[in-house]
Design a protein around this ligand. Structure first.
Ligand SMILES: N[C@@H](CCC(=O)N[C@@H](CS)C(=O)NCC(=O)O)C(=O)O
Length: 219
């Protein structure tokens, strides 16, 4: 086995890569980050001083950033599910949607959660209000896009859906997707029913008590 993934099962960006690995049943070694095993965290920091995860090591080569890891898997370990279309123009739409989910769903969602972990005196209410407003704007835009699409970039499950799955999952827990956005709610349900993501969600269930805002009793 050449692949090692440094990751935590409850992390959204790690789930993004896990969905890609599970889609193609790609074998890998899960280097689970945990307080009980500081050596794995030390390995991660040595590989990637940014201390962000997931990080993939493929036969000694370090690959960082979830989207790049998924593209790397497609190039070096392809499987039946092509997460990046071969046609460059179709691939551009996939990458555009992937950027949308990272920048306008995950980033504000993480901002809200990270703020809740700060001491009261170091909180940033304005930043949190802006993040909530951005999530509402993102839900509205995505609702229009998903009105006539099954998956984020059209008919085929892609890289963009790998990120959309965990990001919409946690965004809804953080800032509820209102009934004004039925196409986003339906898309989130389709993602939850996708076996690759359902597996990632199930594997992360034991960690739900760790969700800083309190995990809702659903999903
Ligand atoms: N741009 C990175 C973001 C990765 C990221 O933010 N990962 C989170 C876990 S979901 C993390 O490393 N958190 C640790 C920290 O913020 O210290 C990617 O696409 O992989």
């Amino acid at each position: 086995m050449t692949l090692k993934l440094y990751a935590h099962p409850f992390s959204s960006y790690c789930q993004k890569v896990l969905v890609a690995l599970y889609e193609n049943r790609t074998p890998f070694e899960f280097r689970a980050l945990s307080h009980e095993n500081p050596q794995v965290m030390e390995e991660l920091v040595a590989l990637w001083p940014m201390k962000r995860f997931p990080v993939l090591v493929d036969a000694g080569r370090t690959v960082v950033e979830a989207s790049i890891i998924i593209e790397h898997l497609g190039l070096y370990h392809p499987g039946p599910t092509h997460l990046l279309p071969e046609d460059a123009r179709t691939a551009l739409e996939v990458r555009c949607m992937d950027r949308f989910f990272d920048n306008y769903l995950s980033t504000p969602q993480q901002k809200i959660v990270a703020d809740s972990l700060r001491p009261e005196t170091e909180r940033d209410p304005r930043g949190v209000a802006d993040a909530r407003a951005m999530l509402d704007t993102a839900y509205g835009w995505l609702n229009g896009i998903m009105a006539d699409r099954e998956w984020a970039a059209g008919d085929d499950f892609s890289l963009a859906d790998c990120g959309a799955a965990p990001f919409l999952f946690y965004a809804d827990w953080t800032h509820r997707i209102g009934s004004a956005f039925p196409h986003v709610i339906a898309y989130r349900q389709r993602l939850l029913a996708r076996p690759s993501f359902a597996r990632a969600v199930d594997e992360a269930r034991p960690y739900r008590p760790l969700f800083p805002l309190g995990a809702p009793d659903r999903d």
